[in-house]
Design a protein around this ligand. Structure first.
Ligand SMILES: *Cc1c(COP(=O)(O)O)cnc(C)c1O
Length: 356
């Protein structure tokens, strides 16, 4: 028997989540965001389950080329565009749609020798101050790009900093509408949060990521509980040892947990070197033999410890769900001061993955 930690990727859930996105934005085309190795799920493993999408969005060339080599012929959007002009021959060869967010990229497109024009996403800074041109430059840049022989279709692209809040996108929407007034140009504005919660921002193409993988863009599972989305990744393991503590006994590094009475605890084969967050607090929810309990003490590199008080039947070999269908990744993330995005992206390479 090998070490029992394992991740499971549920392709049916992935397909179903794409349908939830379709229902939320019925008139839009969908860029399925598969950056960061499909948020840690493995782009090669999962992309076929998303074949019903209209396009894939990501940001590193190796992943784009992989999709082409596997046979994906539809659109691929490079969310950050090219990082250097010498990548343009590959954008040309693999027919990649490029974001353009800086002056040097416009110049590089102008100077490139391409076989055919590339479609361009003109990135506007709508207030987040990461990538993109200032709103007042959008109209000029749009005309400038339109006149370049190397540029095909142009779409206006922006991104929201606070789409998970009820009135979070209003200032950005106002800037976008003002910047693009009179411009006859398709738009792509919405991440998962805006796709689910701000239909006024849907535009022509939505760009959902996290919701496809079955976690909440707000970090609160509650916010998506009624939407039909299902967690795609589960992280499971087993109890490999049991200890019975007496009152006053401590657990783990730093003795961060101290028993106040006799207590059974289980040692689970999963630690931060598997991608479980080291900062998860005592009491972070864990499912042991189908029963909810919590962690006790510090998370180690290879192990973590759980309270067996609610599940006296549990012993060596008992199955444990660290996150998945019952224990939502959002809950574990919240208990560790982070978001589901970070946990799924951080699944460690040493964890074997099975697909169902
Ligand atoms: C990552 C990303 C998305 C997807 O965001 P989610 O919150 O995961 O839906 C959309 N657009 C851009 C530009 C991104 O970088």
């Amino acid at each position: 028997m090998s070490r029992p930690v394992q991740a499971t990727v549920d392709l049916h859930a992935l397909r179903q989540n794409l349908q939830v996105v379709r229902r939320a934005a019925p008139h839009c085309r969908v860029w399925s965001v598969v950056k960061a190795n499909a948020y840690g799920h493995g782009i090669d493993r999962i992309w076929r389950a998303l074949e019903g999408t209209d396009g894939f969005a990501l940001l590193n060339l190796e992943e784009a080329i992989l999709l082409r080599e596997r046979g994906w012929k539809g659109p691929i959007l490079m969310l950050e565009g090219f990082f250097h002009a010498d990548e343009l021959p590959l954008f040309d060869k693999y027919r990649l749609t490029t974001s353009v967010h800086s002056n040097w990229q416009v110049k590089a497109l102008q100077d490139a020798r391409l076989h055919a024009p590339l479609d361009v996403y003109l990135k506007m800074n709508s207030g987040m101050n990461r990538l993109g041109f200032q709103p007042e430059r959008v109209q000029t840049l749009w005309r400038q790009l339109r006149d370049l022989g190397n540029v095909g279709d142009i779409t206006l692209m922006a991104h929201f900093a606070e789409a998970e809040k009820t009135d979070g996108i209003a200032p950005a929407m106002a800037r976008i509408n003002q910047a693009s007034e009179g411009l006859d140009c398709p738009r792509s504005l919405s991440n998962s949060a805006a796709t689910l919660w701000h239909p006024e921002a849907h535009g022509d193409w939505v760009r959902p990521g996290i919701v496809l993988y079955g976690a909440s863009p707000s970090g609160e599972w509650q916010d998506v509980a009624g939407s039909g989305i299902k967690p795609v990744m589960s992280l499971t393991s087993q109890i490999i040892a049991v200890q019975t503590l007496r009152a006053g006994d401590c657990v783990g590094y730093g003795s961060r947990y101290r028993a106040t009475q006799e207590q059974r605890i289980g040692i689970v084969a999963c630690g931060y070197a598997d991608g479980y967050p080291r900062l998860a607090r005592t009491g972070t929810p864990v499912l042991v033999d189908g029963i909810r309990t919590g962690t006790v003490g510090a998370i180690s590199m290879d192990m973590l410890t759980v309270d067996l008080t609610p599940c006296p039947q549990a012993g060596i070999g008992t199955p444990v769900e660290l996150w998945g269908n019952e224990i939502k990744i959002d809950e574990v993330a919240a208990s560790a001061g982070t978001v589901g995005y970070e946990l799924m992206c951080a699944l460690a390479p040493r964890v074997p993955v099975v697909t169902v």
